[in-house]
Design a protein around this ligand. Sequence first.
Ligand SMILES: Cc1cc2nc3c(=O)[nH]c(=O)nc-3n(C[C@H](O)[C@H](O)[C@H](O)COP(=O)(O)OP(=O)(O)OC[C@H]3O[C@@H](n4cnc5c(N)ncnc54)[C@H](O)[C@@H]3O)c2cc1C
Length: 417
Amino acid sequence: MPSQTIDVIVLGAGIVGVSAALAIQARGRAVAIVDRMSQAASETSFGNSGIVQSEGILPYVFPRKPREIMRAALNRDPRAHIRYGALPSIAPALWRYFQASTEAGKTETAKAMAALVGAAGAEHRKLAAAANAGALLRETGWVKVWRSARGEALARKEIEELKPWGVSPVPLDRSALLALEPHVGEAAIGGAHYPDPLTTPDPQGLAQSYTALFLERGGRMEKGDATSLEPAASGWMVTTERGRLAARDVVIALGPWSNDLVRALGLRLPFFVKRGYHMHYEAKGNAGLGRPVLDLEKGYLIAPMKLGLRLTTGAEFARPEDASSPAHLARLEPFAREMFPIGPRKDAAPWLGRRPCLPDMRPIIGPFPGKPGLWLDFAHHHLGLTLGPISGRLLAEMMTGAPPIVDPAPFRAERFG
Ligand SMILES: Cc1cc2nc3c(=O)[nH]c(=O)nc-3n(C[C@H](O)[C@H](O)[C@H](O)COP(=O)(O)OP(=O)(O)OC[C@H]3O[C@@H](n4cnc5c(N)ncnc54)[C@H](O)[C@@H]3O)c2cc1C
């Protein structure tokens, strides 16, 4: 089998891997991306809600109040869905998630994330401009709607918590909401507009435009299985369909599959996934939405996408490899139908994605402890689309010894001991 050498191999062609490849390439290294799929962004980076969440500073935390925990545990809170059969295997990581979800933990993560999240939109704008894909980023912001006084109180608490971070959503009464989104149903009594986040009608198209830019700039894309990674004479080696490829540096950016590889290489992390589904719908009549809208008390979102009105679900707690289940989407669809002008389903089956998570809701960006030449860029949980480009930049700066745009310490793998 022929063998070739390149400076850097990036394992994974999702938004995170492609963005890292571009950032490393921009610092003068020859880079190849290796993925088992023929097309970039065919997994999690295909099916998300398309929001560059530049307001996403506060982490999604595990419920702490006994009543909330009980509701979640009994599958009475539609914002999440537990597959009970998976509990024995996912309970240890969920316990760590619960432990990290204190007020102090939330503040620590918000502090770490603020700079990263705050710079995320600018990195996307730069890449999209260079890739001639500006039309795939829209300046719409997004909206969270509430159905009750309780929902409004939750939303207003979040608005207060965001103030110190310079995020200023605009509260909307029912008539202001209708002025912005005329087709939102009567169930919504008010909302909050987050005006700054960029949104995309085609997350896969956006990531593929970044991939095209990477290839145009001399990058390579190879089909191969990342689990073939092995130490080589002067670094690491992967087997691709076109032969062996060796590099001094290798980046693991396999999204929800990253943990399988890093565990095989000896690093144990409290990794888990929050699975999520999507389904596209026809719009009823001439109805539509101008921007993504979250039904915050029910925990699903509808986004206007190239493929139709995309409903995305909140977290399903299951093993990554568990079979797809219609249950969570079926619970949410009736709520969506009273809130939005959605008609028939467009997809034959719901799409299933997996948000790669760690308990402190921070990604890992940095070196693989004790394995020179191996780098980690994964666990971007609910924010992988948002954080792909800025994480790639931070990683490339660390690899090349440039001053990092944000302090990388909170993102190191060593924080898990
Ligand atoms: C329903 C839902 C809605 C979301 N909405 C948003 C949102 O609005 N905004 C936001 O910022 N984030 C959102 N996210 C999160 C975001 O989509 C993810 O964090 C992000 O896509 C992760 O990107 P990634 O590149 O790390 O992983 P992926 O996109 O999954 O890419 C991993 C790549 O690794 C490859 N791979 C896996 N195993 C191997 C192997 N053995 N060999 C070779 N290749 C392999 C896969 O083929 C794939 O191409 C959402 C997620 C879900 C599920």
